[in-house]
Design a protein around this ligand. Structure first.
Ligand code: NAI
Length: 454
């Protein structure tokens, strides 16, 4: 008999198990594959290992502008992939050790919700049944496989790849076509371009990066074009055949050749075949509907992470897991979905939190905004020769609170959290002006831009 049964051992699941065990609950987490989920095994972490190598390679190959000359710099893809494996193994074994130390059970089997008994929720796994007073569903998401002609066959033959296989490629493809200019598409375009592929990103919208600020989207596109990535915008992929990717642009059909194709057109919550119907969990278009306390419609059953489809990011999953555990413990807690930072780990990085100027105006908020070059930061200027990064701040013209911060430029991923705190705490501009930032750091750009808000 457990206090909490957790289905899925990704960021939401393993963190919930840790927090529950730290608070004295008897928790068990069911994981059919590797602990750590997509994020740790085939997403956030492995891609960051690859992108760091791409950045070092770029700095070596283009170091002349800093007075550093390296001849014949090259990126050893095989080594990069093997180092990535080491990083993932180290982190996943760390999670296993932590769960063990805290006394949370890791059940390495597929768990299926069987129903409810008088004692609580029943999960069947590995030929046994487990009962828990509370249930947390954290089964994550899977790649969307759209009905593009020839796609399924191409995935079967290995011509088309998802985020999982692209991180395992033994050889760098000569020509790589990427379907979808979202986060995965852009990060992989950056890495494979550095590794030597001729990369073409085919995106059906007229801009890359989804909801990011449009100026930032344009700036990132230019930076990636400078390293050789080609973009085909307003182009919808309709067919994959042989070694060809066919797309529609302005009503006309066109095609490009490729050696490999990456499919990165989004992910969808994984809710099928896990027994949700056995306890009557309500879903809408495949996602579990939850409130800000991460409760489902079934008393005692919570859902956190990609499976609820609210904000499919690992750090949202962490927070949702904590909120679910706190509510289970009787401590009322809520997720503040207005202050979730988002990062694209390309070179340069893109980091943002809160509302864009466009989104704030669409909500009828009267806003004041500021845009400033990152070169106003001495550290940025010293370390980014010819860099064209910038920051955009959005504030409520009436209440004076900071509503959003959007940046393109390196290190922004590391200090966006400062802006997240300001947005989450509804800090007023007048108070933010009193905060001392370390000098010289790129983070000072937030302080500079705050004083530009008129
Ligand atoms: P995404 O939703 O970010 O981007 C998908 C893109 O594909 C969109 O721009 C869409 O317009 C385009 N598209 C859809 N169908 C198309 C078609 N037939 N032809 C051409 N373009 C088409 O999805 P992505 O990149 O697959 O990422 C999946 C998830 O993983 C997201 O939820 C993302 O938040 C998460 N993720 C987050 C990362 C981060 O935080 N840095 C890194 C990688 C993934």
């Amino acid at each position: 008999m457990y206090d909490l049964l957790i289905l899925g051992g990704g960021p939401a699941g393993y963190l919930a198990a840790e927090r529950a065990a730290q608070s004295g609950l008897k928790a068990a987490v069911f994981e059919k594959s590797n602990i750590g989920g997509v994020c740790l095994n085939e997403g956030c972490i492995p891609s960051k290992a690859l992108l760091y190598s791409a950045k070092i390679y770029h700095n070596a190959a283009h170091g002349e502008k800093y007075g550093v000359k390296v001849e014949n710099a090259f990126l050893d893809h095989k080594y990069v992939i093997s180092r990535k494996k080491k990083v993932v193994e180290m982190l996943t074994s760390g999670i296993r050790a932590k769960l063990k130390k805290l006394g949370a059970s890791l059940i390495s089997a597929e768990g299926i919700i069987k129903g409810r008994s008088l004692e609580g929720f029943v999960i069947a796994a590995g030929g046994k049944e487990y009962v828990g007073k509370f249930l947390l569903i954290a089964t994550g998401s899977v790649s969307v496989i759209p009905p593009i002609e020839g796609l399924k066959e191409s995935l079967n033959t290995g011509f088309a790849l998802t985020n999982r296989e692209i991180l395992e490629l033994k050889q760098v493809p000569g020509e790589l076509a990427i379907i979808g200019g979202g986060v995965i598409g852009l990060e992989m375009a950056n890495y494979y371009c550095a590794a030597g592929s001729k990369v073409t990103v085919i995106e059906m919208l007229d801009h890359i990066g989804g909801n990011v600020d449009r100026d930032i989207s344009k700036s990132l596109q230019l930076s990636l074009e400078k390293i050789g990535v080609k973009f085909l915008l307003s182009s919808k992929v309709t067919k994959i055949s042989g070694r060809q990717v066919t797309f529609e642009k302005n009503g006309k059909e066109q095609a490009i050749k490729a050696d490999k194709v990456l499919l990165s057109i989004g992910r969808k919550p994984f809710t099928e075949g896990i027994g949700l119907e056995n306890i009557g969990v309500y879903t809408e278009r495949g996602r579990i509907i939850t409130d800000e306390m991460c409760r489902t419609n079934v008393a005692g059953a919570y859902a956190a992470g990609d499976v609820n489809g609210v904000s499919m990011l690992a750090h949202t999953a962490y927070r949702e897991a904590e909120v679910a555990v706190n509510n289970i413990l009787g401590k009322k807690d809520y997720v503040d979905y207005d202050a979730i930072p988002a990062v694209i780990y390309t070179n340069p990085e893109v980091a943002s939190v809160g509302l864009t100027e466009e989104a704030a105006r669409a909500r009828g908020i009267s806003v004041k905004a500021a845009k400033l070059s990152m070169n106003y930061s001495g550290r940025y200027a010293a370390e980014n020769e010819g860099g064209d990064g910038f920051i955009k701040l959005v504030a409520d013209a009436e209440g004076g609170a900071l509503l959003g911060c959007h940046m393109v430029g390196n290190y922004s991923s590391e200090f966006i959290v400062a802006a997240s705190m300001m947005v989450q705490m509804r800090m007023r501009i007048a108070d933010i002006k009193k905060i001392v930032f370390p000098h010289p750091t790129v983070s000072e750009i937030i302080r500079e831009a705050i004083f530009e808000l008129q």
